[in-house]
Design a protein around this ligand. Structure first.
Ligand code: NAP
Length: 495
């Protein structure tokens, strides 16, 4: 085939639509699970939702006038993605229950040999859209094997486990935990939260869209586009606080502290909930019901890490002992070392994991030296802490379609030079140095623990990412002779 897309989440489905719209018909989407949706298929915990407004957290080329509220729930976003596959007629390209088990670059034939759980393919180009937060991370907790109750990760929710009236311990206070915790209390569980670090939280300005608003979005797509644009620029305005601008940081901190004071009257609880690092260093969370759940006593706070389990009892770093029937690990994901990297072998058989042994890098956050005609979406330095991931995905897709058009026109293969990748990486490091992610005094999943480098986030604004990386330019790529005739890719344009 011409193009193999790995993964059917936001990035993979978006890539398929973009390819199809550009005139390409010869592609497949390989998806290891039995259905599409990526993050929004896997995260089914009570309260799962997006903290980016729904009109912005959707494809620009597939606006949805029917979003039910400013911030859509996880199931609603999942439905949007499933419906995109259906309305765009992508089923014929979709291979479900098909896990990519190996990707090998064949230099002689200038193709990728794609091994899957359902057999092999060859592809001229590969779009790696395998996600960045897919593998749940459960910390090593001594004695955990002695716990006799139910134990699972927030991204592997067990809907069959009874919660009402039971003692539920939630480990972690990230974006997943703060959505989940109030819902567990609502369900009648006796919840204790293990908080290793207090998160910064600001209000969640959510509300339902009325029928009249939805009808007007459907009748007036320009008004819907204008709302999306306004939400995008509101998001961009928040970058100043991440970039380290002292006034913007002070304003962001004041907003969050005001929210804490407004919702938590008890000074001791407030002190325990006050972060000891700068706002924005870890993801700034939005919630209007997390603090009230703690302040009302519905949820107990253990302001230290889960350190060990002693004969079935959870022991906090503070020494406190907590008995529980259920433990939910809302402890995040493997982010800096992506499991797919060990499966991909480029020129000379080098694995992507070897190439990334000191941390993920890619030119334009998309192309990797020694891995020709392979494009990674949501990989190195392509995430954001302040705006919509979908905008970043669409930018990367513009770049990739440009690259595929180039291959179509000129043949050969596209292998970015090592020099270009190094220069881009140095630029990232320079841009990252003053940001709150490196100066804010916290440890986050945005940083690679092996080097301390910022490898997950783009250290600029989203529109800068598009200006810099949205248009393909062949100059950083090495001319490479192939033994085979050029494959016309039939990609006709960039949307
Ligand atoms: P996360 O942000 O990585 O949070 C993991 C949490 O587990 C942290 O609070 C961490 O504490 C804690 N932890 C780890 N080991 C612990 C221990 N032994 N005891 C106590 N706490 C422990 O994971 P997440 O909440 O699943 O979110 C991951 C990312 O997914 C987010 O940053 C966001 O990008 C995305 N997300 C987005 C939304 C949305 O609405 N858009 C919703 C959910 C998730 P430390 O802080 O001390 O490390």
């Amino acid at each position: 085939m011409r193009v193999a897309i790995i993964g059917a989440g936001f990035a993979g489905i978006g890539a398929a639509i973009a390819l199809r719209d550009s005139g390409e018909r010869d592609f497949v989407i390989l998806e290891r699970a039995e259905s599409v949706g990526g993050t929004w298929r896997d995260n089914r915990y009570p309260g799962v939702a997006c903290d980016v407004p729904s009109h912005l957290y959707s494809y620009s080329f597939l606006p949805n006038p029917d979003w039910s509220s400013v911030f859509a729930s996880g199931p609603e976003i999942h439905e949007y993605l499933e419906s995109a596959v259906h309305t765009q007629g992508l089923e014929e390209h979709l291979r479900l229950n098909t896990a990519m088990t190996g990707l090998d670059w064949d230099d002689e034939w200038a193709v990728w040999r794609v091994d899957t759980s359902q057999g092999g393919y060859t592809a001229d180009a590969v779009i790696l859209a395998a996600g960045r937060l897919t593998e749940p991370r459960i910390p090593e907790v001594p004695g955990i094997e002695s716990f006799r109750g139910e134990l699972f990760h927030s991204a592997r929710w067990r809907g069959d486990v009874e919660l009402a009236g039971r003692r539920v311990a939630v480990v972690g206070t990230g974006a997943s935990a703060i959505q989940l915790v109030p819902r567990l209390a609502d369900a009648g569980a006796h919840v204790t939260v293990f908080q290793r670090s207090a998160p910064w939280i600001v209000p969640r300005p959510d509300r339902a869209y009325s029928d009249a608003e939805r009808a007007s979005f459907a009748a007036d797509p320009e008004a819907m586009a204008a709302l999306r644009s306004a939400q995008f620029w509101e998001g961009e305005a928040m970058f100043a606080a991440r970039a380290g601008d002292p006034a913007a940081v002070a304003d962001a901190r004041a907003e969050a502290l005001e929210h804490l004071h407004a919702q938590v009257a008890d000074p001791a609880l407030r002190a325990a909930l006050t972060p000891d690092y700068e706002i924005g260093c870890k993801r700034r969370l939005i919630s209007s019901d997390y603090y009230p759940a703690l302040a009302s006593g519905a949820v107990a706070l253990e302001a230290s890490a889960l350190a060990s389990v002693d004969r079935g009892v959870l022991v906090a770093a503070s020494g406190a002992r907590v008995e529980a029937d259920v433990v939910v690990f809302a402890t995040g994901f493997e982010s800096s070392e992506q499991p797919y990297a060990a499966l991909i072998r480029g020129v000379g058989g080098t694995t992507l994991a070897e190439h990334w042994k000191r941390g993920m890098t890619a030119f334009a956050s998309t192309s990797i030296h020694g891995f020709p005609n392979l494009f990674v979406v949501n990989g190195p330095n392509a995430g954001l802490g302040h705006n919509s991931a979908v905008y970043m995905i669409e930018t990367q897709l513009q770049y990739i379609l440009g690259a595929l058009s180039h291959l179509d026109a000129f043949g050969g293969v596209l292998d970015v030079s090592a020099r270009a990748e190094r220069a881009y990486t140095r630029m990232i490091d320079r841009m990252a140095a003053p940001t709150v992610w490196l100066t804010g005094g916290c440890d986050s999943w945005y940083l690679d623990p092996r080097s301390g480098r910022l490898t997950l986030l783009w250290p600029g604004s989203a529109h800068e990412f598009r200006e810099r990386n949205g248009t393909f330019d062949p100059r950083p790529y090495e001319p490479k002779e192939t033994h085979v005739a050029p494959h016309p890719l039939r990609v006709q344009g960039v949307r």
